[in-house]
Design a protein. Structure first.
Length: 174
């Protein structure tokens, strides 16, 4: 690297855009986390994943419908609709977060963050909403939803690490 392009800390100035680093080929978990906090519009809103949102909304609303149907048939449709709306709103952001960490290093930490942060936010919100609404058999619906989260999150992270299931600025152009 020539001294002409070298910054005061030995960093290549060509990696800077304004005050932010360009997206490096192998970003660290720390770099991705900082970018998400500084630019949520780009990383969470811009990459909101409609595929994750729609699939999650359909599957989770069906699971809540079934969980509540046995205890209170009239409440099953209500619980299912609430879950559909909640899942559609939140799961797209979970997909965006997984996408943002897909190339981050170390890999184990990136997968851990992408796998644990969205479900923690998700299930906390899900419990509060259904608890306030008095959803019957909430424990069954929550258990099914958590089980689905494990499968869906690992599938999403794996697909995204292979360049599939992407949204926003990283989606493949046809």
């Amino acid at each position: 690297m020539s001294s002409r392009n070298q910054g005061s800390f030995g960093l290549d100035n060509s990696t800077f855009v304004g005050s932010a680093l360009k997206n490096p080929a192998d970003p660290t978990v720390e770099w991705v986390s900082r970018e998400i906090l500084l630019r949520p519009r780009r990383y969470l809103v811009g990459r909101w994943n409609w595929k994750s949102a729609l699939v999650s909304a359909i599957v989770r609303s069906a699971m809540f419908f079934r969980a509540v149907l046995g205890a209170a048939p009239p409440a099953a449709l209500s619980a299912s609709l609430v879950e559909f709306v909640l899942a559609f709103a939140l799961a797209g952001f979970g997909g965006a977060l997984a996408q943002s960490y897909r190339r981050a290093q170390p890999r184990w930490l990136a997968i851990s963050v992408a796998s644990f942060v969205p479900p923690a936010v998700w299930h906390g919100s899900e419990f509060v909403v259904h608890f306030i609404l008095g959803t019957p058999n909430l424990h069954v619906g929550m258990a099914l939803s958590m089980l689905y989260s494990v499968v869906a999150t690992l599938t999403t992270v794996t697909l995204m690490r292979h360049g599939l299931w992407l949204s926003g600025d990283e989606r493949p152009v046809r």
